[in-house]
Design a protein around this ligand. Structure first.
Ligand SMILES: Nc1ncnc2c1ncn2[C@@H]1O[C@H](COP(=O)(O)OP(=O)(O)O)[C@@H](O)[C@H]1O
Ligand SMILES: [Mg+2]
Length: 224
């Protein structure tokens, strides 16, 4: 198992009352799976993804990444975990506007001791993988939305993650571009064996999941 979630709860204290954003969540993910998480707005999808990344603390419950306890880890352990194992892909791409495509892809390696030539080569290989080697010197604003998401996916891969966490990666894309991005994620999952967890609104995107989790009001409605 790459992920195991035991009895996870997340409560938000709010002036308007307590919100049970996650309520008794249990599931396991095998290495190499493609998991989709669906549910209406406010059902807890983002909260679940952020908890798995160790970016927010759950109220109770256990989260394992292999034998590493995410819920028990300190900030340094969590940032090492994310750096070494996790690639993030977001709805809004989150590219740095004043960096070119290749500079955006290399960015996570800024702190690495690799020589610059190797960073460049690694980033170039990934731009090729996502079909953008001829756009390497373009700024994000000089790329289409689909191309920007491809750059973001290349950036998510630069640290050779074992897990990709994607929050509505096709939320800002039309159906044709969405399918291209989903096929790309599916390819990466199949060919490189990288486990993918993808939150999505779209039933078309959900069908890419080998495991499909449905959330409703913070609870698991179904796993198929
Ligand atoms: N920081 C927060 N403080 C208080 N309530 C929050 C916070 N973040 C999310 N929530 C609430 O938790 C619930 C789940 O939110 P979220 O995980 O963002 O849902 P989804 O991603 O499925 O739309 C919602 O009711 C939301 O209003
Ligand atoms: Mg969300």
């Amino acid at each position: 198992m790459i992920l195991k979630v035991n009895n996870l709860h997340k409560k938000y204290q709010h002036a308007d009352g307590v919100i049970n954003a996650l309520d008794q969540i249990n599931f396991e993910v095998k290495e190499g799976a493609f998991v989709t998480i669906t549910g209406s707005s406010g059902s807890g999808k983002t909260t679940l993804l952020l908890s798995l990344a160790g970016l927010i603390k759950a109220t109770s419950g256990e989260i394992y990444f292999r034998d590493f306890r995410i819920d028990k880890a300190n900030d340094k352990e969590l940032s090492d975990f994310r750096k070494n194992h996790v690639g993030f892909v977001m709805q809004t791409f989150a590219l740095i506007p004043y960096l070119t495509a290749i500079e955006n892809v290399m960015l996570p390696l800024a702190v690495s001791r690799l020589p610059d030539s190797q960073k460049y080569e690694a980033a170039m290989d990934l731009l090729k993988l996502v079909g953008l080697e001829n756009r390497k010197n373009h700024l994000p604003k000089e790329l289409s939305a689909g191309q920007q998401q491809r750059v973001a996916i290349a950036r998510a891969l630069i640290n050779k993650p074992s897990l990709i966490l994607a929050d509505e990666p096709t939320g800002n894309l039309d159906p044709v571009l969405s399918k291209e991005i989903l096929d790309l994620l599916s390819d990466i999952n199949k060919k490189q064996g990288i486990t993918v967890l993808m939150v999505t609104h779209s039933p078309m995107a959900a069908r890419y999941g080998t495991i499909q989790i449905q959330l409703q009001d913070g609870k698991i409605n179904s796993i198929t």
